[in-house]
Design a protein around this ligand. Structure first.
Ligand code: ATP
Ligand code: MG
Length: 531
């Protein structure tokens, strides 16, 4: 039964209200389309309906919502979508009626009539609404026709909105991903300086999870220990930042990493950060957000500190032998003194030894710069007799110190190995040299070679002052010397173990140390793969 004019008017108001509410409530597009479809079907006392949307990429119509059609039957309606221009609905009327009859027969749904409404928005064909009727032919009153027209218009708007929303959403996701994946720290603050965005790189830098930082005031996360510029964000704002022409603010400082409860160890390390704050302005020139780019400068600071150490260590280590050589040479050259042959011999021996020290130091420095420049290459041969290299080095040191006894133990069948003989000699030189230097009271130094199926090891054991276990990583770094009385008294640049590690690793080996379990002192061990 069709509705009377008054009913139509009431329905019109109700449906349009419901539909516009659904659209503004940002309901799912499917729900909005189904609502519109139901309204259209009920208005003309139809049986069922279907919305097909036009897909510009393929220039085809596809079913987007159905009402009163069982899911299994939807495929039967495909002929209604084929070869039909979506806008001009009048042309193939006869053809469509024929198709509908076929569908009605096949699906057994008894439809006898069909109303098609184009969905058009801004001149663009968005799709079609189909309403199916049964029984005797029905003539659409003009009121109902115009109402159906406005339903179609609403549906077109809903689809357009949904597509726009989808597009905006995709764009937002893309932007979010760009911010999140950025290798630099990125943070966005609102006008009251609360953190609204905190990306992963920044989270890593300051040791806080994004969820711990988001919503926090800026100063709760960025507690500066030391500020290099004399202005922080708050002061800058108080001073009228961002002034025109002064759009960016650069702040650099040291931050104490917060205690991380998830880790056993308190990670209270310092991080040095450089932050650029840029204001985001609206059309009226008011600041809406602040976007901050954060860079970790810790490495850079460490490099700077290292550079300083380098200069002071090297100048000291270079100056000492030079001034000793100069002193002895000057003394020997004095015209007014007559030196005994023994004194002359001893003095020349000192000069020679110090010249050797200088050569060693220069060699080490050259090796370090080769490592840094990436031009450190091994000069390998297939058959390095490691036991012989060890014995030669031990003999050299043995003749220099009578406080220490140096013994070498290698199995008879110790095989030749693949490696750079000169550099492996440097490794032994430093390990045995350290063993002597850092056992000032003398004692035994034992060097043992061992054979394993895949690799060989060489261990240098002393009974000296020992090294705390937690220095495991530090002492292999360049210029690192332990802070003890002996280091201050003995010569050294702290390059020896750094180079040992680089050389051993270039041979695909490993080097480490451990405290002697059964007495004082340390054992340094390295392993090298067998051929
Ligand atoms: P260089 O070898 O450059 O002349 P160095 O001996 O001080 O100087 P490394 O060989 O790298 O430098 O050793 C680093 C630091 O590790 C030393 O300064 C010392 O404090 C400590 N160390 C090294 N070997 C031993 C050891 N056998 N016993 C105790 N401390 C050691
Ligand atoms: Mg050394």
């Amino acid at each position: 039964m069709a509705y009377g004019l008054v009913d139509v008017r009431i329905l019109q108001r109700e449906y349009l209200l419901a539909i516009s509410r659904a659209i503004t409530a940002e309901l799912d597009l499917q729900d909005v389309l189904r609502l519109i479809l139901r309204a259209a079907v009920e208005l003309v006392a139809g049986k069922a309906g279907m919305v097909a949307l036009h897909h510009p990429e393929t220039d085809s119509l596809r079913v987007a919502a159905v009402y009163g059609i069982p899911a299994a039957m939807v495929d039967h309606f495909a002929p209604l979508l084929r070869d039909i221009p979506p806008v001009d609905t009048s042309e193939p009327e006869a053809e469509l009626t024929r198709r509908l009859q076929t569908i009605a027969r096949r699906s057994n749904l008894g439809f006898t009539q069909m109303v098609r409404l184009p969905m058009i928005s801004g001149g663009e064909a968005i799709g079609l609404i189909y309403v199916f009727l049964s029984g005797t032919p029905y003539h659409l009153p003009s009121e109902a026709a115009s109402l159906l027209g406005s339903f179609a218009e609403q549906a077109a708007i809903a689809v357009k909105n949904a597509r726009l929303y989808d597009q905006v959403n995709k764009e937002k996701q893309r932007l979010d991903a760009i911010i999140q994946q950025n290798a630099d720290g990125v943070m966005i603050l609102d006008r009251s300086l609360r953190i609204t965005v905190f990306n992963r790189a920044l989270s890593r830098m300051v040791g806080r999870l994004p969820e711990e930082a988001i919503g926090q005031p800026h100063e709760a996360v960025f507690k500066w220990l030391l500020l290099k510029t004399n202005m922080d964000l708050h002061e800058a704002l108080a001073n009228g930042w961002p002034l025109p022409g002064a759009a960016h603010l650069y702040v650099e400082g040291d931050l104490q990493r917060p205690y991380d409860e998830h880790l056993e160890a308190a990670d209270g390390r310092r991080v040095s950060l450089g932050i650029t704050y840029a204001p985001l302005m609206d059309a009226d020139g008011r600041m809406t957000d602040i976007i901050a780019n954060v860079r970790d400068l810790t490495r850079y600071r460490e490099e700077e500190a290292l550079q300083k150490t380098f200069i002071s260590v090297v100048s000291h280590e270079l100056k000492t032998p030079v001034s000793i050589i100069k002193g002895y040479a000057g003394t020997l050259r004095r015209q007014d003194a007559h030196w005994s042959p023994e004194i002359i011999q001893d003095s020349l021996a000192v000069i020679e030894e110090e010249a050797d020290n200088l050569t060693d130091l220069i060699d080490s420095l050259l090796e370090v710069s080769r490592l840094q420049a990436g031009t450190f290459n091994l000069e390998v041969s297939e058959d390095v007799q490691l036991d012989r290299v060890v014995e030669n080095t031990a003999r050299k040191f043995g003749s220099q110190s009578n406080k220490h006894t140096i013994s070498v133990q290698f199995p008879q069948d110790f095989p030749p190995i693949w490696g750079d003989e000169r550099r492996l000699g440097q490794v032994m030189n430093n390990l045995i040299g350290n063993a002597i230097k850092y056992s000032p009271d003398g004692g035994e130094i034992l060097i043992r070679g061992e054979l394993h199926p895949q690799h060989v090891t060489v261990a240098v054991r002393d009974s000296g002052i020992g090294i705390p276990d937690h220095e495991q990583h530090r002492i292999f770094q360049k210029f690192s010397r332990l802070d003890n009385a002996l280091s201050r008294k003995t010569e050294g640049t702290g390059l020896g173990l750094f180079l040992c590690k680089a050389i051993i690793e270039a041979h695909n080996g490993r080097i480490w140390f451990h405290k002697n379990p059964d007495g004082p002192g340390t054992t340094f061990t390295f392993s090298l793969p067998r051929n």
